[in-house]
Design a protein around this ligand. Structure first.
Ligand SMILES: CC(C)(COP(=O)(O)OP(=O)(O)OC[C@H]1O[C@@H](n2cnc3c(N)ncnc32)[C@H](O)[C@@H]1OP(=O)(O)O)[C@@H](O)C(=O)NCCC(=O)NCCS
Length: 293
């Protein structure tokens, strides 16, 4: 088994490996190998390049890909107050995948990752905001990959944050709607999410942000939309307006030809989970980010 630095000639084999890996992962959306290659090496978040240093290692056994890892230094981050800042002293394991049972592969990939991470005071793995744009920037590790989770914990990584992922088939969402409620699209730049302010008669009562995955990935087929933010103003909560706003959104998305709405929410946000499940979303498993103390 060899660990090599990624080369352009690895792109198609690595893409095939990633597609097989993501078969049961809801937020690994279909994307062309070419677009995937761009997301792997030159990805942007809302127009800005995400990483200024990236190293990608590929593990091969008898010429077959048996794992890969990618580490990077992000160009920006957000502090606890939500303020964006440049040049965080963060080293992040963005990808870490290996075949089940191949502890030798995991150890060899981790040795490479560790020699990168040691230069940074803050070390993360699967830090969510640094995920790939073709995954709606969902960067966490899906827990169907239990062996990766077990390996990272074995290296003293601790859970930083856990999310629940949900999916709704838009066909199932046909329900009566309230005419008093409208979604007004906001001006946006080319790369950003689509934002809609929720108006109840003449009062703004909340916000929705979505990413249309076909627009992000250059895919012809319209399938997935990712709901990245949903909030109803405090004074209007638990009065049915959140449910009404989602109904209006679903009708609009169906009208545009989309088939599925995805989202994730914090594992601790049990109120939101109840809200989405009551609306008809189905649980698609948990995902995690990690921190090395
Ligand atoms: C989650 C949120 C969008 C729901 O909007 P809403 O207008 O309050 O929702 P609705 O009134 O339509 O609620 C419908 C049902 O969802 C469930 N629900 C909503 N909020 C809940 C809460 N905080 N705790 C428990 N159940 C909740 C309940 O079953 C509720 O029915 P009930 O009031 O008859 O018990 C809103 O509470 C909010 O903005 N929360 C803060 C931001 C947030 O957490 N966003 C989601 C993260 S992705």
């Amino acid at each position: 088994m060899d660990i090599c630095a990624y080369q352009g000639s690895d792109q198609y084999a690595l893409y095939a490996y990633w597609r097989a890996l993501g078969e049961n992962i809801p937020y690994f959306f279909p994307v062309s190998p070419e677009r995937w290659g761009v997301c792997l090496l030159e990805d942007r978040l809302d127009g800005e390049f995400i990483f200024d240093l990236l190293e990608t290692y590929v593990a091969k056994d008898k010429g077959q890909v048996v794992g890969f890892a990618q580490v990077g230094h992000p160009r920006f981050s957000w502090d606890a107050g939500g303020q964006k800042y440049d040049n965080p002293r963060i080293g992040n394991i963005r990808h870490f995948y290996f075949e089940t049972g191949r502890h030798d592969v995991a150890k060899a990939l981790y040795a490479r990752a560790e020699s990168f991470l040691k230069h940074f005071p803050h070390r993360h793995a699967f830090y969510h905001i640094y995920g790939m744009s073709c995954n709606a920037h969902h960067g966490k590790l899906h827990l169907s990959l239990e062996h990766v989770d077990a390996f990272l914990r074995g290296q003293d990584f601790q859970i930083e944050h856990e999310n629940v992922t949900y999916r709704l088939a838009l066909d199932d969402a046909a329900q009566p709607q309230c005419d008093a409620l409208r979604l007004i699209p906001q001006p946006r730049d080319f790369y950003g999410p689509h934002e809609y302010v929720i108006w109840l008669d003449d009062t703004p009562v909340g916000t929705l942000k979505v990413r249309y995955m076909d627009l992000m990935n250059g895919e012809a087929a319209k399938d997935a939309v990712y709901l990245t933010l949903m909030a109803i103003d405090q004074d209007y909560r638990r009065r049915g307006w959140g449910s009404q706003a989602l109904k209006v959104l679903c009708r609009m998305l169906r009208g545009k030809g989309y088939a599925h709405l995805f989202l994730d929410t914090a594992h601790t946000n049990t109120g939101a989970q109840r809200f989405y499940e009551r609306f008809g979303f189905s649980h698609q498993g948990c995902s995690r980010s990690y921190i090395l103390k």
